[in-house]
Design a protein around this ligand. Structure first.
Ligand SMILES: C[S@@+](CC[C@H](N)C(=O)[O-])C[C@H]1O[C@@H](n2cnc3c(N)ncnc32)[C@H](O)[C@@H]1O
Length: 233
Protein backbone atom coordinates (compact mmCIF):
# COMPACT_ATOMS: atom_id res chain seq x y z
CA UNK A 1 0.00 0.00 0.00
CA UNK A 2 1.38 3.40 -0.94
CA UNK A 3 0.97 6.59 1.03
CA UNK A 4 0.51 8.67 -2.11
CA UNK A 5 -2.95 10.24 -2.05
CA UNK A 6 -3.41 9.76 1.69
CA UNK A 7 -3.83 13.31 2.95
CA UNK A 8 -3.52 12.57 6.64
CA UNK A 9 -0.40 11.02 8.07
CA UNK A 10 -0.75 7.94 10.20
CA UNK A 11 0.65 9.49 13.37
CA UNK A 12 -1.99 12.24 13.24
CA UNK A 13 -4.77 9.64 13.27
CA UNK A 14 -2.97 7.82 16.06
CA UNK A 15 -2.64 11.05 18.04
CA UNK A 16 -6.31 11.94 17.71
CA UNK A 17 -8.08 8.61 17.83
CA UNK A 18 -5.86 5.95 19.21
CA UNK A 19 -3.15 7.15 21.62
CA UNK A 20 -5.34 7.27 24.75
CA UNK A 21 -7.10 4.00 23.86
CA UNK A 22 -3.75 2.42 23.28
CA UNK A 23 -2.44 3.51 26.66
CA UNK A 24 -5.57 2.29 28.47
CA UNK A 25 -5.44 -1.09 26.67
CA UNK A 26 -1.81 -1.63 27.63
CA UNK A 27 -1.37 0.04 30.99
CA UNK A 28 -1.48 -3.31 32.81
CA UNK A 29 1.59 -4.56 30.92
CA UNK A 30 4.59 -3.56 32.95
CA UNK A 31 7.09 -4.33 30.18
CA UNK A 32 10.78 -4.24 31.03
CA UNK A 33 11.94 -6.32 28.09
CA UNK A 34 13.75 -3.48 26.32
CA UNK A 35 15.53 -2.34 29.50
CA UNK A 36 16.60 -5.90 30.31
CA UNK A 37 18.09 -6.27 26.83
CA UNK A 38 20.03 -3.02 27.25
CA UNK A 39 21.33 -4.17 30.64
CA UNK A 40 22.53 -7.40 29.03
CA UNK A 41 24.18 -5.63 26.08
CA UNK A 42 26.16 -2.84 27.75
CA UNK A 43 28.65 -3.07 30.62
CA UNK A 44 27.43 -1.19 33.70
CA UNK A 45 30.53 1.07 33.57
CA UNK A 46 29.55 2.23 30.09
CA UNK A 47 25.88 2.66 30.94
CA UNK A 48 26.52 4.88 33.95
CA UNK A 49 27.59 7.80 31.75
CA UNK A 50 24.71 7.36 29.26
CA UNK A 51 21.88 9.82 28.73
CA UNK A 52 19.03 7.65 27.43
CA UNK A 53 15.80 8.59 25.64
CA UNK A 54 12.88 6.37 24.75
CA UNK A 55 10.56 7.24 21.85
CA UNK A 56 7.20 5.69 22.78
CA UNK A 57 7.49 5.03 26.54
CA UNK A 58 4.07 3.44 27.13
CA UNK A 59 3.91 2.51 30.81
CA UNK A 60 7.44 3.87 31.33
CA UNK A 61 8.67 0.75 33.11
CA UNK A 62 11.68 0.33 30.79
CA UNK A 63 12.97 3.80 31.57
CA UNK A 64 12.30 3.42 35.29
CA UNK A 65 14.43 0.26 35.41
CA UNK A 66 17.19 1.89 33.35
CA UNK A 67 17.19 4.98 35.59
CA UNK A 68 19.02 2.88 38.21
CA UNK A 69 21.98 2.38 35.87
CA UNK A 70 22.31 5.46 33.65
CA UNK A 71 22.97 9.19 34.05
CA UNK A 72 19.47 10.28 33.04
CA UNK A 73 16.34 9.05 31.27
CA UNK A 74 14.09 11.12 29.01
CA UNK A 75 10.74 9.79 27.79
CA UNK A 76 8.70 10.91 24.78
CA UNK A 77 5.22 9.72 23.96
CA UNK A 78 2.25 10.93 21.96
CA UNK A 79 -0.16 9.83 24.74
CA UNK A 80 -0.59 12.42 27.49
CA UNK A 81 -1.50 9.67 29.98
CA UNK A 82 1.79 7.88 29.34
CA UNK A 83 3.78 11.04 29.99
CA UNK A 84 1.77 12.00 33.10
CA UNK A 85 2.23 8.47 34.48
CA UNK A 86 5.99 8.58 33.91
CA UNK A 87 6.28 12.02 35.47
CA UNK A 88 4.50 10.72 38.57
CA UNK A 89 6.62 7.55 38.80
CA UNK A 90 9.92 9.38 38.29
CA UNK A 91 9.14 12.37 40.52
CA UNK A 92 11.51 11.07 43.23
CA UNK A 93 14.45 11.09 40.79
CA UNK A 94 14.38 14.84 40.19
CA UNK A 95 14.35 16.78 36.93
CA UNK A 96 18.07 16.25 36.22
CA UNK A 97 17.69 12.47 36.16
CA UNK A 98 14.24 11.99 34.60
CA UNK A 99 12.15 14.03 32.22
CA UNK A 100 9.15 13.34 29.95
CA UNK A 101 7.38 15.25 27.25
CA UNK A 102 4.22 14.65 25.24
CA UNK A 103 5.22 14.86 21.59
CA UNK A 104 4.65 13.18 18.30
CA UNK A 105 8.12 11.89 17.40
CA UNK A 106 7.15 12.18 13.71
CA UNK A 107 7.20 15.96 14.08
CA UNK A 108 10.31 18.09 14.37
CA UNK A 109 11.45 18.46 17.98
CA UNK A 110 14.51 19.51 19.90
CA UNK A 111 15.51 17.69 23.08
CA UNK A 112 17.04 19.55 26.07
CA UNK A 113 20.23 17.43 25.81
CA UNK A 114 21.84 15.03 23.35
CA UNK A 115 21.55 11.32 24.00
CA UNK A 116 24.03 8.44 23.97
CA UNK A 117 21.27 5.88 23.41
CA UNK A 118 17.79 6.27 21.94
CA UNK A 119 15.27 3.45 22.29
CA UNK A 120 12.70 3.05 19.53
CA UNK A 121 10.17 1.65 22.01
CA UNK A 122 7.95 -0.47 19.74
CA UNK A 123 6.08 2.34 18.00
CA UNK A 124 7.56 2.23 14.46
CA UNK A 125 4.88 -0.20 13.26
CA UNK A 126 2.42 2.72 13.57
CA UNK A 127 4.63 4.98 11.49
CA UNK A 128 4.69 5.33 7.69
CA UNK A 129 7.96 5.54 5.79
CA UNK A 130 7.66 9.31 5.29
CA UNK A 131 7.08 9.70 9.02
CA UNK A 132 9.92 7.36 9.87
CA UNK A 133 12.26 9.66 7.93
CA UNK A 134 11.16 12.48 10.24
CA UNK A 135 11.74 10.30 13.31
CA UNK A 136 15.24 9.59 12.01
CA UNK A 137 15.89 13.32 11.54
CA UNK A 138 14.88 13.85 15.18
CA UNK A 139 17.13 10.97 16.19
CA UNK A 140 20.16 12.35 14.33
CA UNK A 141 19.59 15.88 15.68
CA UNK A 142 19.39 14.65 19.25
CA UNK A 143 22.02 11.89 19.30
CA UNK A 144 25.68 12.29 20.34
CA UNK A 145 28.34 11.38 17.77
CA UNK A 146 28.89 7.63 17.91
CA UNK A 147 25.59 7.19 19.79
CA UNK A 148 23.32 4.14 19.66
CA UNK A 149 19.76 3.47 18.58
CA UNK A 150 17.99 0.36 19.78
CA UNK A 151 14.99 -0.74 17.71
CA UNK A 152 12.37 -3.07 19.16
CA UNK A 153 9.60 -3.84 16.68
CA UNK A 154 7.91 -6.45 14.52
CA UNK A 155 9.98 -8.17 11.85
CA UNK A 156 8.74 -9.90 8.68
CA UNK A 157 10.30 -11.51 5.61
CA UNK A 158 8.48 -9.14 3.19
CA UNK A 159 7.49 -5.55 4.05
CA UNK A 160 3.76 -5.32 4.69
CA UNK A 161 1.11 -2.66 5.39
CA UNK A 162 -2.33 -3.55 6.72
CA UNK A 163 -5.17 -1.93 8.71
CA UNK A 164 -4.79 -1.96 12.48
CA UNK A 165 -7.21 -4.42 14.07
CA UNK A 166 -8.34 -1.79 16.63
CA UNK A 167 -8.78 1.08 14.16
CA UNK A 168 -9.25 0.32 10.45
CA UNK A 169 -8.27 3.88 9.49
CA UNK A 170 -4.84 3.31 10.95
CA UNK A 171 -2.17 1.40 9.03
CA UNK A 172 0.26 -0.98 10.64
CA UNK A 173 3.67 -1.30 9.00
CA UNK A 174 5.71 -4.46 9.39
CA UNK A 175 9.24 -4.34 7.99
CA UNK A 176 12.07 -6.70 7.21
CA UNK A 177 15.67 -6.50 8.32
CA UNK A 178 16.85 -5.16 4.94
CA UNK A 179 14.51 -2.20 5.41
CA UNK A 180 16.04 -1.35 8.79
CA UNK A 181 19.63 -1.77 7.61
CA UNK A 182 18.96 0.54 4.63
CA UNK A 183 17.01 3.00 6.79
CA UNK A 184 19.93 3.32 9.22
CA UNK A 185 22.56 3.52 6.48
CA UNK A 186 24.69 5.89 8.63
CA UNK A 187 24.74 3.25 11.38
CA UNK A 188 26.32 -0.18 11.85
CA UNK A 189 24.15 -3.03 13.08
CA UNK A 190 26.04 -4.40 16.05
CA UNK A 191 23.51 -6.69 17.72
CA UNK A 192 20.43 -8.50 16.44
CA UNK A 193 17.96 -10.79 18.22
CA UNK A 194 14.74 -12.37 17.01
CA UNK A 195 11.92 -13.48 19.28
CA UNK A 196 8.44 -14.89 19.20
CA UNK A 197 5.89 -12.22 20.07
CA UNK A 198 3.51 -14.62 21.80
CA UNK A 199 6.19 -15.57 24.33
CA UNK A 200 6.88 -11.95 25.24
CA UNK A 201 5.88 -12.29 28.90
CA UNK A 202 7.59 -15.65 29.28
CA UNK A 203 10.90 -14.09 28.20
CA UNK A 204 10.81 -11.78 31.17
CA UNK A 205 11.23 -14.78 33.45
CA UNK A 206 14.24 -16.16 31.52
CA UNK A 207 17.75 -15.67 32.86
CA UNK A 208 19.35 -15.79 29.47
CA UNK A 209 17.87 -15.12 26.03
CA UNK A 210 18.96 -16.88 22.86
CA UNK A 211 20.31 -14.68 20.07
CA UNK A 212 17.60 -16.14 17.86
CA UNK A 213 14.73 -17.94 19.54
CA UNK A 214 15.18 -21.59 18.53
CA UNK A 215 11.46 -22.31 18.90
CA UNK A 216 10.45 -19.48 16.58
CA UNK A 217 7.37 -20.23 14.45
CA UNK A 218 7.43 -20.07 10.64
CA UNK A 219 4.68 -17.46 10.81
CA UNK A 220 6.58 -14.19 10.69
CA UNK A 221 3.50 -12.27 11.85
CA UNK A 222 4.55 -13.40 15.30
CA UNK A 223 8.14 -12.21 15.21
CA UNK A 224 9.67 -9.29 17.06
CA UNK A 225 13.28 -8.20 16.91
CA UNK A 226 15.83 -6.14 18.76
CA UNK A 227 18.45 -4.35 16.70
CA UNK A 228 21.24 -2.28 18.22
CA UNK A 229 22.73 0.18 15.72
CA UNK A 230 25.73 2.44 16.30
CA UNK A 231 26.18 5.75 14.52
CA UNK A 232 29.32 5.69 12.36
CA UNK A 233 31.56 8.65 13.18
C1 LIG B 1 3.71 -0.67 22.01
S1 LIG B 1 3.85 0.75 23.08
C2 LIG B 1 5.42 0.36 23.72
C3 LIG B 1 5.70 0.98 25.04
C4 LIG B 1 7.06 0.63 25.63
N1 LIG B 1 8.13 1.17 24.82
C5 LIG B 1 7.23 -0.88 25.79
O1 LIG B 1 8.08 -1.45 25.11
O2 LIG B 1 6.50 -1.46 26.59
C6 LIG B 1 4.14 2.07 21.90
C7 LIG B 1 4.07 3.48 22.48
O3 LIG B 1 4.44 4.39 21.44
C8 LIG B 1 3.61 5.54 21.50
N2 LIG B 1 3.59 6.15 20.16
C9 LIG B 1 3.02 5.66 19.02
N3 LIG B 1 3.20 6.51 17.99
C10 LIG B 1 3.90 7.56 18.50
C11 LIG B 1 4.38 8.78 17.93
N4 LIG B 1 4.18 9.08 16.64
N5 LIG B 1 5.05 9.65 18.74
C12 LIG B 1 5.26 9.37 20.05
N6 LIG B 1 4.82 8.23 20.63
C13 LIG B 1 4.15 7.34 19.88
C14 LIG B 1 2.25 4.99 21.98
O4 LIG B 1 1.46 6.01 22.58
C15 LIG B 1 2.69 3.89 22.97
O5 LIG B 1 2.77 4.38 24.28
Amino acid sequence: MSLMGISELNSKIFEREEATNYYIRNQGHKNRFIAEQILALFPKKVLERFAVAEFGIGTGTNLMLLSNYVRCVHGYDIAEEAVANFQKMSDCLGHDRAFARCINVCEDFCSPIRYDLVLYGWFAYYVSEIELQMVKKNLLNNLNAGGYVFVHDFLVRENRVKPDRHNQKLSVYKRNLRFWIDHFCEFDLIDFRLFQCERYFEYQKCDNLQTIDVELTDNDDLWIFNGLFRHRI
